[in-house]
Design a protein around this ligand. Structure first.
Ligand code: ADP
Ligand code: MG
Length: 312
């Protein structure tokens, strides 16, 4: 493209809250055939609230320890006790999932304890000691990695995930004691953005660290094909997942908001940081969307097409 055309495109973009980092980005954006969305904070608002607390206390479960041995005895904890330990464990975590649990506990008037130690396991959850008890809050991988069988909570986990919620296991002293769930809201314009992109003939995908069921529930709500969902992707694997998508010759625009997404934004044909995006994401991106609106992804592609069409 001529410098003049790029200027026009960049200016048009800026007027619409779409910042292209350089003229060549406009050309790259025109070649995009696949748009890959991050879920949390990108298609959803990322503002989590605690929606459910389940105590397994007193329930019959037919779980057998993974090694065939006896299960650690399930602690007798009611809902408030499960939530109180989970929230105490999450106090030092900055993850939005954690903050929602802490806020939910405060709303129920629970007084939290001070955890004696704290370990954050990225993409999995947290491990702490609260009042002398070892507490894990996180996904199946977190518990399995520490020899705790998540099976007694399987039915509850599935039920909550099918509702599109992020369900987290709460384990105490080596046995699962309950489940807490957070949900966030799908952005108003996410479905419209997906529909507009598909109308333009683009393939739309979803990539997330969240589990398959939750990811699919959100995908269904916004109109993304279940086959195009990549779930359970660890933060450090997001870039690999994107390279995998592009290995078939696809040219992908990755749209994400978080620190987690930065490596994937960098390997994408076009990396696009959205809205409230973190500085790290913005730095790794080729395009920054000033607003928090997924429809601006469509705008970015339209601007690049329009600009380059004019100068042909
Ligand atoms: P995303 O890609 O949606 O931003 P993450 O990669 O941060 O998600 O986390 C993936 C999964 O790990 C979460 O869905 C959750 O199950 C678990 N997890 C991560 N951090 C925490 C935490 N602080 N407390 C509980 N669970 C967590
Ligand atoms: Mg995100």
């Amino acid at each position: 493209a001529t410098p003049a055309a790029t200027m026009v495109g960049s200016t048009l973009g800026a007027q619409n809250g779409v910042l292209f980092k350089g003229g060549d980005i406009l050309e790259r954006a025109r070649d995009v055939d696949t748009v890959v969305f991050d879920k949390t904070g990108t298609l959803t608002t990322g503002e989590m609230t605690l929606t459910d607390v389940v105590a397994l206390e007193g329930r019959d479960t037919d779980a057998v320890a993974a090694d065939g041995g006896t299960l650690a005895t399930r602690p007798d904890l009611d809902e408030d006790a499960v939530l109180r330990l989970a929230a105490s464990a999450e106090r030092n975590s900055e993850h939005p999932l954690a903050q929602a649990i802490v806020d939910g506990a405060a709303e129920r008037g629970l007084e939290l304890a001070d955890p004696e130690d704290f370990e954050n396991v990225p993409g999995q959850g947290v491990r702490t000691t609260v009042e002398g008890r070892e507490v894990l809050v996180g996904n199946r991988r977190l518990l399995e990695g520490r020899g705790v069988d998540p099976a007694p909570a399987a039915a509850e986990m599935e039920r909550l995930e099918r509702e599109g919620k992020t369900a987290m296991l709460v384990a105490v002293d080596g046995a699962v004691a309950g489940v807490v769930a957070d949900a966030d809201t799908v952005k108003d314009s996410s479905a419209d953005a997906v529909a507009a992109l598909r109308e333009r003939g683009l393939d739309v995908m979803l990539i997330t660290g969240d589990n398959e069921r939750t990811a699919r529930a959100v995908a269904e709500r916004v109109g993304i094909d279940p086959d195009n969902v990549r779930a359970g992707v660890l933060p450090e694997d997001k870039a690999d997942a994107l390279e995998d998508v592009q290995s078939t010759g696809r040219k992908a625009m990755m749209v994400g908001d978080g620190v987690n997404d930065a490596p994937a934004l960098a390997v994408a044909h076009v990396g696009c940081a959205i809205g409230s995006g973190t500085d790290v994401a913005i730095e790794a991106a080729d395009v920054t969307l000033m607003r928090d609106d997924p429809l601006d992804v469509v705008k970015a592609i339209r601007i690049s097409e329009a600009t380059l069409a004019k100068i042909k």
